[in-house]
Design a protein around this ligand. Structure first.
Ligand SMILES: C[S@@+](CC[C@H](N)C(=O)[O-])C[C@H]1O[C@@H](n2cnc3c(N)ncnc32)[C@H](O)[C@@H]1O
Length: 222
């Protein structure tokens, strides 16, 4: 399936959303990302960088952020925050084995084939390089989950449905606006190991009890 710049139509809204209403979530997912990635030096590719909200936190860790995203609308905002490239995450204009770090935040549900993207991540990473994934929790966030009656979260049988949908319990969020694919937990972890990356650490973050963010650190074998 050819990549679609679905966020072009929503870029100004997204920029305001991640820094406004969703700012606590942006911060919390960013804290998880920073904890998994850790400090370092050299270029860190911010894959599917959106409007560039991860640039400053990456700099604070010592990394030099470089953004890549398919949406030129999103990149219009990101370009003020870091150097960027318009690129498909599954076909990066980046040399093989050239990068010490790659991060991908809140984007796996925007990609029809995350396994292919992770193979591309493995290609561009140097031996020993770090990959950090942070995304909506595969078990508790999706079209199959209803958070409207918290602290109870209702998960139903649609967990098995991997197809793209705009169905969402919250009509004001990204999912209802742009839509999302679902990647079950086992698919996600198998995509990491299947790309030849070594799963090193996993982590969860929750607003209260049930985790809504899942992250992992994987290394390219030296
Ligand atoms: C929910 S946003 C996340 C943005 C940012 N990482 C953040 O944490 O706010 C998902 C991003 O993935 C990008 N994206 C979707 N498909 C892509 C593809 N095939 N290649 C590169 N970027 C893509 C979208 O344009 C969008 O900016």
């Amino acid at each position: 399936m050819p990549p679609v710049a679905a966020y072009d139509a929503h870029a100004d809204w997204y920029e305001e959303y991640v820094r406004g209403k969703a700012a606590p979530y942006t911060r919390r997912s960013g804290d998880l990302l920073a904890d998994l990635l850790g400090p370092g030096q050299g270029t860190c590719l911010d894959l599917c960088c959106g409007t560039g909200v991860r640039a400053e936190p990456l700099r604070a860790l010592g990394w030099t952020p470089l953004g890549a995203d398919i949406s030129r609308g999103q990149l219009r905002h990101a370009t003020a925050r870091m150097p960027v490239a318009a690129a498909d995450a599954a076909a990066l204009p980046v040399a093989t084995a050239s990068l010490p770090a790659v991060v991908c935040a809140l984007a796996h549900t925007d990609l029809p084939d995350y396994a292919a993207v992770l193979r591309e991540v493995a290609r561009v990473l140097r031996p020993g390089g770090r990959f950090v994934h942070v995304g909506v929790h595969p078990c508790f966030v999706g079209a199959f989950a209803d958070w409207s009656d918290r602290p109870r979260v209702l998960v139903d049988e649609r967990y098995a449905d991997r197809s793209y949908t705009t169905r969402a319990w919250d009509p004001s969020g990204v999912r209802a606006r742009v839509g999302a694919w679902h990647v079950p937990l086992a698919d996600l972890l198998n995509a990491v190991t299947g790309a030849g990356l070594r799963l090193t650490r996993t982590a969860e973050s929750s607003p209260a009890g049930v985790a809504d963010v899942f992250g992992l650190l994987a290394l390219k074998p030296a």
